[in-house]
Design a protein around this ligand. Structure first.
Ligand code: ATP
Ligand code: MP5
Length: 270
């Protein structure tokens, strides 16, 4: 049996809905062996983020080295990176280990408004990490920050995707969760040549904590298996749609999505 492996470099969410926890649950559900390098520990639940405790950049590197020296991953995902020091250290290791399947989820702000990336670190993310990306997966506000443009229409999303491609990301997926049009949510996939739109009906739920992490983790798992970009994005979209539709209803705030839902609806996927 060939074991497909993926590494997530991200923050820990004690509430289990986003961050490292969402990534590992998603990898597991898609039959990919999950590994982690933790950048920051957050005290967090469905009501918000109560505390953030970043780890030293050198200890993030130590975790990455431990993984690569023994358990070479087939794909790597980054989530919350917090500071320019951590970003520079991660980028150096990604280059050194010649990672060709790097998924960057440019996590900036948690739903409740807590910053998960220092504002001074945005430039480092663009300069050091973006050029190493096989794919970057911003939501609309993150794409606006990185491209310094306002995104209102689907044409704007396409223009932002072109700009992020010009900044060095081989593929760009702009997620449309923050802006439903006629009750439809559209993610745009751009490969540097053509655009693909992935549209699904908006699910009306407060239990959407961690959708971005879950989408990027499902994408990473599929890319690790060798699935091509558009198909991988489409499976990731389906994974999130199921996780939002069949929610767990736990917590008194923005609850987590249901990472079991996709497998429950689809049966076994290898
Ligand atoms: N209410 C919804 N109904 C259907 N799909 C959604 C909904 N909200 C988000 N999605 C999907 O979930 C994924 C994440 O999208 P979103 O734009 O919310 O990213 P994000 O803001 O990074 O996520 P997060 O809320 O975890 O930070 C995308 O594939 C998007 O289409
Ligand atoms: C550790 C960590 N990483 C990422 C997110 C973003 O997820 P969301 O926007 O759904 O809160 C988060 N809240 N916590």
């Amino acid at each position: 049996m060939t074991v497909i492996k993926a590494l997530t470099i991200a923050g820990s969410d004690s509430g289990g809905g986003a961050g490292i926890q969402a990534d590992l649950k998603t990898f597991q559900e898609l039959y990919v062996y999950g590994m982690s390098a933790i950048t920051a520990v957050t005290a967090q639940n469905t009501l918000g983020v109560q505390g953030v405790h970043p780890l030293p950049a050198r200890f993030v590197v130590e975790q990455i080295d431990s993984v690569f020296s023994d358990l070479r991953p087939d794909a790597v995902k980054t989530g919350m990176l917090y500071s320019s020091e951590i970003i520079a250290a991660v980028a150096e290791r990604i280059s050194r280990y010649r990672v060709d399947k790097l998924v960057i989820d440019p996590v900036m702000i948690a739903k409740g408004g807590t910053s998960l990336l220092k504002s001074e670190a945005v430039e480092a993310l663009i300069l050091h990490l973006l050029p190493l990306a096989l794919v970057v997966t911003p939501n609309i506000p993150e794409a606006e920050v990185m491209t310094r443009m306002e995104i209102r229409t689907i044409a704007d999303r396409r223009e932002a995707a072109r700009r992020l491609h010009d900044l060095g990301a081989a593929n760009v997926i702009i997620k449309g969760g923050h802006d439903a049009v006629n009750d439809m949510i559209t993610d745009i996939v751009y490969d540097g040549t053509s655009f693909t739109e992935l549209s699904e009906r908006r699910v009306d739920t407060v239990h959407s904590h961690g959708t971005g992490c879950t989408f990027a983790a499902a994408l990473t798992a599929q890319l690790a298996k060798g699935t091509e970009m558009r198909e991988a994005a489409s499976i990731a979209r389906e994974f999130v749609q199921a996780a939002l539709t069949d929610t767990l209803g736990i917590g008194s705030g923005h609850g987590p999505t249901n990472h079991w839902a996709y497998a429950k609806h689809k049966g076994v996927i290898v």
